[in-house]
Design a protein around this ligand. Structure first.
Ligand code: PEP
Ligand code: MG
Length: 753
């Protein structure tokens, strides 16, 4: 497998490859020498390079097939064994190729006598743009070491083509080793805003052109140093203040350390550099394998392990590049982060240093999107194929309003977007000018516009937007940005700071809402089959009350002498609310007993997120002080569609007749129970949704800062009576989306959408 024979063979191949590249000559001559060399070294009768031009795989060089087939044999996408290798991006090793169902016979190549076939994809940055093939006339399976050696050659070849090392070959210009043309991608808008910037890949890549090492001994020393650094960081985390870690997180770090010390990982990396790859390229090769295994396996345990390994590979690449982690990575100005998927904590790690974020997957109700909105960073997601279309340093225009991304745009496009940015800032100035205008409809209904916040920073948006108060303060963000569990004192400091900044504007704190996609880096939650339906939010708080009680203690302390509003997330049944409220009473008693001072006024509310609670509102009468509808979660449970799963998150519409009927009945129940009610899901910050909610009778809307201006303008332009009259008959239908009709209605009335 990884024996010395393989290392020696690969090293010889790489050395010869290097000699060929250095010897000069035309690109075609070098490719010809390369296939001859590979065939000779691997004792193959045939070695061929196919590169993808447009929709075809073209034979670019061959040793063993008829020379006149070069540049003439072209296989269509998916055609033949070459097409199969390109399609699956996996090696194909066959002893009896002519009998394979996908074998396609091309007489001009003279390929008849060859029985065995080994093809490996030429891949770079998840983009397959060619296939490297060896063939033999005898029937044989190629050994694992031969497959690996050919993959190494293919990897080096890929880097060389991408780095333009064969620049002068006509035809290579349309081989897309590195995307160079302008490209437009339509995704989904997750966070509003427009940015012009430079792509920064979340997962690092080996630097282009540094694939073959000058000095394998030096390279191994670099690898050693990086390995020592990565292992050191993990051990340090383990050995650091033991009180900071819970038992579970220790276990995770231990697994991580075990993987980092795994001799087979080490051996694979070392084999790479001993074979002549640079340390970075060796890591990238191993990461490619982990990623392929990850994609191929369904077993959740194995997937997680592969994911951990990939994470280690990434840490190692960063260590080789001289950066410790995302947080330390130096970013260009106007960095646009490119990632497959991003957790909220990872995003917070980058902090306010990003101009924009583009995700291959993701969903708008997932917490990373909420964090992006809180940070005011535009974000576009659901960009399928993104990672294979963009390279570090590419110019990017990101439009978080329309959900569009333009890669390597023409100057004309960039200047159009500059104008849009100017227009948007003019509009923002308009909103800012109107921020003190009352949010009252044309027919006199006053609507309270409140802010969703999660960081002390967000509270300043109260002044910029003229919002009346904070309708939802997500306290878990503080826990997600910390390295360790925030102590009582730092919780008190944050809450006090928030209350001080808010002044006489009310702040509604929501207690810790962890679980689901909100995981703490230092506490590993147990794996759950359905995390959104699992042990999260108030369920954790009630089962392990110490964390929740500490938080309540901090809130009570911070609000001493002032008004305190607290609400609990994801309560499903009335008794859960009662139990949570009882904890508040206990903490109030505790504060009184120890003379710690108490809030002058206290209101305790509950979020309506579980449909069961929506049908229990009468039972909260006299027990709760207010309700807040979290449409993000409520709709996830209503439609049984995971808010964090890109495939289904946007499948259903809150502006559907059934969802609006449901919200309407919640509002009525709240009125009957005499409970104040607001909506604090993301939908409240979108003018069309806000219009519908106001028409249903909601008068308190809490939203991201970017929504306040547009919603205020809508409210001031609309008539509740007209909107309610228009909506009433539509509510009785079974329409899955009233979006188009409501838009048309609003436009016909001149409401400002
Ligand atoms: C919601 O679920 O609508 C909500 C406001 O809470 P979060 O998005 O933090 O889950
Ligand atoms: Mg929620």
């Amino acid at each position: 497998m990884n024996g010395p024979g393989h290392v020696g063979g690969s090293r010889m191949l790489l050395r010869k490859l290097r000699e060929i590249m250095e010897a000069g000559g035309s690109a075609q001559e070098r490719l010809d020498r390369l296939v001859a060399m590979v065939a000779a070294t691997m004792v193959a009768d045939v070695c061929s390079i196919y590169l993808t031009r447009g929709e075809q795989h073209e034979l670019f060089a061959t040793q063993g097939l008829k020379p006149e087939a070069v540049h003439r044999t072209r296989l269509n996408t998916g055609e033949g064994l070459v097409g199969l290798v390109a399609e699956t991006a996996q090696p194909l090793n066959l002893a009896d190729a002519p009998h394979h169902a996908r074998f396609s016979y091309r007489p001009e190549t003279g390929e008849d006598p060859y029985q065995s076939f080994l093809g490996v994809p030429i891949v770079r940055s998840e983009r397959t743009f060619g296939v490297l093939v060896v063939q033999n006339s005898v029937q044989r399976m190629y050994g694992e070491d031969e497959v690996e050696a050919l993959q190494t050659i293919a990897m080096v070849l890929a880097e060389m083509v991408a780095a333009n090392a064969f620049g002068d070959l006509s035809g290579l210009a349309d081989v897309e080793a590195r995307p160079s043309r302008p490209e437009f991608m339509q995704g989904k808008a997750f966070s509003d805003g427009v940015a012009i910037g430079v792509a920064v890949l979340h997962e690092p890549h080996a630097p282009l052109g540094r694939v073959i090492a000058d000095d394998p001994v030096k390279e191994e020393a670099r690898l050693d140093a990086a390995l020592t650094q990565v292992r050191g960081v993990i051990s340090e985390m383990l050995e650091g203040d033991p009180g900071r870690l819970s038992g579970v997180s220790r276990e995770v770090l231990e697994t991580f350390l075990m993987l980092a010390n795994d001799p087979s990982w080490d051996a694979k990396l070392r084999n790479g550099v001993r074979a002549g790859l640079s340390a970075d390229a060796a890591v990238e090769r191993v990461r490619g394998e982990h990623r392929a295994k990850f994609n191929a396996t369904r077993d959740p345990y194995l997937r997680e392990r592969m994911h951990d390994l990939e994470d280690l590979d990434n840490r190692l690449l960063r260590a080789l590049a001289g950066v410790d982690g995302a947080a330390q990575q130096s970013l260009p100005e106007n960095a646009i982060l490119i990632a497959r998927e991003l957790g909220p904590a990872e995003l917070l790690d980058y902090g306010g240093r990003l101009a924009g974020i583009a995700l291959e997957e993701g969903s708008s109700a997932a917490h990373a999107a909420i964090v992006a909105r809180a940070l005011g960073v535009p974000m576009v997601g659901s960009l399928s194929g993104l990672l294979s279309r963009v390279e570090d340093g590419d110019a990017v225009v990101l439009d978080g309003e329309r959900g569009e991304v333009r890669l390597r745009p023409e100057d004309q496009v960039v200047s159009t977007y500059r104008q849009r940015i100017e227009l948007r800032s003019a509009r923002a100035a308009e909103f800012a000018r109107d921020k003190d205008e009352p949010a009252i409809t044309q027919d006199g209904a006053a609507v309270a516009l409140l802010l969703n916040a999660g960081l002390a920073l967000d509270v300043h948006h109260l002044d910029d937007t003229g919002a009346e108060g904070i309708g939802l303060f997500r306290t878990e963000f503080q826990f997600m940005v910390s390295e360790t569990l925030p102590r009582l004192e730092s919780q008190i400091l944050l809450y006090r700071d928030v209350l001080d900044t808010a002044g006489d504007r009310a702040v509604t704190f929501r207690t810790l809402d962890l679980g689901g996609d909100k995981v703490l880096p230092y506490v590993k939650a147990e794996r759950e089959e359905n995390p959104a339906l699992g042990w999260r939010a108030v369920r954790i708080g009630l089962d392990r009350p110490s964390l929740l009680r500490y938080q309540l203690r901090a809130l009570i302390n911070a609000a001493a002498g002032r008004r305190l509003r607290v609400m609990f997330p994801l309560v499903a049944i009335v008794s859960e609310f009662e139990a949570a409220r009882a904890l508040v009473d206990r903490e109030l008693e505790w504060a009184a007993r120890f003379g710690r001072g108490a809030p002058a006024e206290i209101e305790i509310g509950v979020m309506v997120e579980a449909p069961a609670l929506a049908w229990s509102i009468a039972g909260l009468k006299g027990k709760a002080d207010f309700l807040s509808v979290g449409t993000n979660d409520l709709m996830q449970y209503f439609f049984a569609a995971d808010r964090g799963n890109a495939r289904v998150a946007d499948r259903y519409d809150v502006l559907s007749a059934p969802a609006l009927r449901f919200l309407s009945s919640i509002r009525q129940s709240a009125d009957e129970a005499g409970l104040q009610i607001s909506i604090c899901g993301e939908a409240a910050g979108r003018p069309l949704e806000a219009m519908a909610f106001v028409a249903l009778g909601f008068r308190r809307l809490s939203m991201p800062a970017s929504g306040v201006g547009p919603v205020r303008r809508l409210i001031r332009s609309m008539s509740v009576e007209a909107a309610a009259a228009d909506l009433a008959p539509r509510l009785k239908t079974q329409s899955a989306s009233l979006r188009a009709e409501l838009t048309e209605f609003a436009q016909s009335q001149g409401f400002a959408l």
